[in-house]
Design a protein around this ligand. Structure first.
Ligand code: TXA
Ligand code: MG
Length: 314
């Protein structure tokens, strides 16, 4: 931990586990270090970073104003997968906030993340530890796939328990604005204050198909069979099922994974299963579309974004 903190102090990059996914960390107050995050990930400069802290007091140091509602939500959900967007303190470099007047802050519920922040004694700016447009990492080896040689250190604490990223909300006013759905559901947040869901208008526009092969496809259970048969036979196809029962065509190389039927358990295994299919050389992955119920909304949203991001094979 001391060595990792020293790397951060020296402007280095350290990959560390959180309860959601692995993060790619740098000193949140060091502009040059934070800039290295963007080059290591190949991330566009207009995409701001989340600052990770180990206490509410520390969070307040990164904010010009911490609203009452921000404080109430932090007290209820931290440590945990909730990122609060507040007005930024002037000490936070532009590169971290992508030039906006706001900063996203969260206190992660993972003992290794908290120990690292405490050893470092300041906030750590960290996006998910994957190359841009690749799958989010839920194991140290997933982070190594994309970032080996680009970071000073990777802290391996085994698989992340949660598997779905934090919920990102703007809490500068009394109405909670949801910018990214995630591990903490909108229904639970709605018990705290009035809420508007901007996550859909905030979603990335799907890219033009001609820009590249789409790797991940979300397909309704009743259409999976047809989609499998419509594929060129040379490519190995990955299949992520939940409840669908299919007679898989014997003449097509298919690698299938079945995930649990409860949303929480599904979330904790999804990214791991996708990485496994990627590592097994699947050129295409078909994921059974999820139910329309609210408890699946964050996962459906996440999968829809992944399938529109033309994920590159690492
Ligand atoms: O669970 C998580 O949130 C993980 C772990 C490592 O903490 N981090 C993560 O970071 O998913 P990243 O960079 O992959 O996603 C951060 C999201 C992006 O959608 C970004 O646009 C949004 O948070 N965000 C960050 N700062 C923001 C700001 N000031 N205003 C609006 N959106 C912001
Ligand atoms: Mg990410």
């Amino acid at each position: 931990m001391a060595e990792a903190a020293a790397q951060l102090k020296a402007g280095g990059l350290v990959v560390f586990p959180t309860e959601t996914v692995y993060g790619l960390g740098a000193d949140a107050l060091n502009a040059a270090a934070a800039t290295r995050i963007f080059s290591a990930k190949g991330r566009p400069a207009n995409s701001p970073l989340i600052v990770h802290v180990s206490s509410l007091d520390q969070a307040k140091g990164f904010a010009r104003k911490f609203s009452d509602i921000a404080e109430r939500l932090a007290r209820r959900f931290w440590p945990g997968p909730l990122s609060l967007i507040v007005e930024r303190a002037c000490s936070v470099p532009d590169v971290v906030t992508a030039g906006t007047d706001t900063v996203a802050i969260r206190c992660p519920a993972h003992p290794v993340a908290l120990a690292l922040i405490e050893a470092f004694r300041s906030g750590i700016a960290a996006p998910s530890a994957n190359r841009s447009s690749c799958l989010p990492p839920v194991r140290a080896c997933h982070a190594r796939k994309g970032l080996d040689g680009r970071v000073e250190m990777i802290l391996d604490a085994g698989p992340c328990p949660g598997g779905l990223e934090s919920t990102v909300i703007d809490v500068r006013t009394d109405t909670i604005k949801v910018l990214r759905r995630g591990a903490i559901s909108i229904d639970v947040l709605a018990t705290e204050a009035s809420i508007v869901d901007l996550s859909q208008s905030n979603a990335r526009q799907p890219r033009d198909e001609s820009q590249g092969v789409r790797w991940l496809h979300l397909v309704a259970p009743e259409h999976i069979g047809k989609r499998l048969r419509g594929r060129p036979q040379a490519a190995r196809i990955g299949l992520v099922l939940r409840v669908a029962h299919l007679d898989l065509p014997a003449d097509i190389p298919i690698l299938s994974r079945r995930l649990p039927s409860s949303p929480t358990q599904y979330a904790s295994q999804l990214y791991d299963a996708l990485h496994e299919l990627e590592d097994e050389g699947c050129g295409v992955v078909i994921v059974e579309a999820l139910p329309a119920e609210a408890e699946w909304a964050a996962l459906s949203d996440r999968l829809a974004r992944l399938s529109s991001e033309s994920i590159r094979r690492a």
